[in-house]
Design a binder for this molecule. Structure first.
Ligand code: SF4
Ligand code: SF4
Length: 429
């Protein structure tokens, strides 16, 4: 994608914006910054001006674009259906292409570190699992957080507060945690009558930090009669590249994922992290014979529930709606339906679900001041929710919210709805 193509796309799409301002009250950064330049309408006007060469692409422009969470709440409410997600991605292409960006990147150690982090291959991340487990078990990172220098570092805080690191199943359909390994099997066979074959997308962060959800998904799918295939050539979904304007790299990753799932004879590609799922969908992984689907939606519509025993959980369960599910694919209702499968469990929407939690990929590391303000309202809502559980279907949101709750010493467990369901079905996590 060249800058010239990006400019043309921006000019065409921003032409659809009638400046009505209906999106403004829904924009988290506008609510925090109270400035037009940090609203969707303002950003669209700035992009249009830069694309037409009427205003310079300078540090100020980069700052306003980078402060956008790409939560797409504006897109979901826009009466003119302006594709804001496409616009902000194209604006990032212009930024990546610009001199100002190159200069500011040179000066940012945090940026260099993030560049390295996002360029790690998933298989490298797999190798880090034992290291993270060691750091977690020895409490080294938590010890570091006692020093003022590290206390405010959201990256170190998040790694320190990773949920208990789990290992993938080594054998199919086994509730015994001792049968785990540091690698994924390519096939986890269905139990009993086979109802279908599905592919499982592992993700990058999830394969380290949220193995519990991946194991839980395999467990539930196997129990329902679905054989789960895990292609080992699959890679990162590419969302972090896409939202940084590196569209070519994102497309390369999408192609690798596409070909690794196409080699299998599966009917569905299942994603357990909604942010990755949306990226897979929008980057064309999957086709009419093998569609990408979120695990919640798949399970709610799956057959085979008759005869499955699910233990009662007479508790209120707070449900956080990730932006990717709520604003992009309107699939947030399925998480509530997963909870309703658990006898006596009561799904309650977390207050303020229409606003982003601030995690937004690497946003919480790069713009921690704004992110922390946004998260604060989630933490207050959770504390007022009088529940011991908060479920969310996106690992990024889960980690960031869990970190905020930990800081408040709140005894609220944050987990994926399918992890809770699997636990009630007998999986020992
Ligand atoms: S993006 Fe849509 S809702 Fe926002 S100002 Fe433009 S037309 Fe109105
Ligand atoms: S994507 Fe989110 S943060 Fe960005 S302009 Fe739209 S509502 Fe605001």
């Amino acid at each position: 994608m060249t800058a010239e193509v990006a400019k043309k796309l921006i000019i065409a799409e921003s032409n659809q914006c009638v400046s009505c301002g209906l999106c403004l009250p829904h924009c988290p950064t506008y609510r925090v910054m109270k400035s037009e330049a940090d609203s969707p309408r303002g950003r669209i006007a700035l992009m249009d001006g830069v694309a037409r060469g009427q205003i310079p692409l300078n540090e100020k422009f980069i700052q306003h674009m980078n402060l956008c969470l790409t939560c797409r709440a504006c897109e979901a409410v826009c009466p003119n259906h302006v594709s804001y997600g496409e616009l902000i991605d194209q604006a990032k292409v212009l930024i990546v292409d610009s001199d100002s960006s190159r200069n500011s990147e040179k000066n940012s150690i945090k940026r260099i570190f993030l560049n390295r982090l996002t360029r790690l291959q998933p298989v490298d991340l797999e190798c880090l699992r034992p290291l993270f487990r060691f750091l977690q078990n020895t409490g080294l990172l938590r010890w570091l957080l006692r020093f003022d220098r590290f206390k405010k570092n959201n990256l170190i805080k998040s790694i320190a507060q990773l949920p208990s690191i789990k290992f993938p199943y080594a054998t199919a359909i086994d509730t015994n945690v001792s049968s785990m390994a540091n690698h994924w099997q390519e096939v986890y066979p269905a139990e009993g009558q086979v109802r279908g074959h599905v592919g499982l997308f592992l993700g990058c962060i999830a394969r380290i930090a949220d193995v519990a959800t991946l194991n839980s998904s395999i467990f539930v799918l196997n129990r329902l009669g679905y054989t789960v295939h895990v292609p080992l050539r699959q890679t990162c979904c590419g969302a972090l590249y896409q939202h940084r304007g590196e569209l070519r790299q994102a497309a390369t990753l999408a192609q690798q994922n596409k070909s690794s799932f196409e080699e299998l004879e599966v009917d569905w590609i299942i994603s357990t992290a909604s942010g990755c799922g949306v990226q897979l969908l929008e980057s064309g992984v999957g086709n009419e014979n093998c569609q990408v689907i979120d695990i919640n939606q798949f399970l709610v519509t799956a057959k085979g529930w008759e005869g499955i025993t699910i233990a009662s959980l007479p508790q209120k369960i707070l449900v956080h709606d990730p932006c990717s599910l709520r604003n992009v694919v309107a699939g947030h209702a399925y998480a509530y339906q997963i909870i309703s499968l658990i006898p006596d469990a009561q799904a309650i929407p977390l207050a303020g679900n229409d606003q982003c939690c601030g995690a937004a990929g690497t946003y919480f590391i790069e713009h921690s001041a704004v992110a922390d303000i946004l998260r604060e309202s989630k933490i207050s809502a959770a504390l007022n929710g009088e529940s011991s559980y908060l479920v969310t279907s996106n690992i990024g949101c889960a980690l960031y919210i869990a970190d905020g709750l930990y800081e408040k010493d709140a005894r609220i467990e944050v987990l994926h709805p399918v992890t809770l369901l699997a636990r009630q079905m007998g999986l020992q996590l």
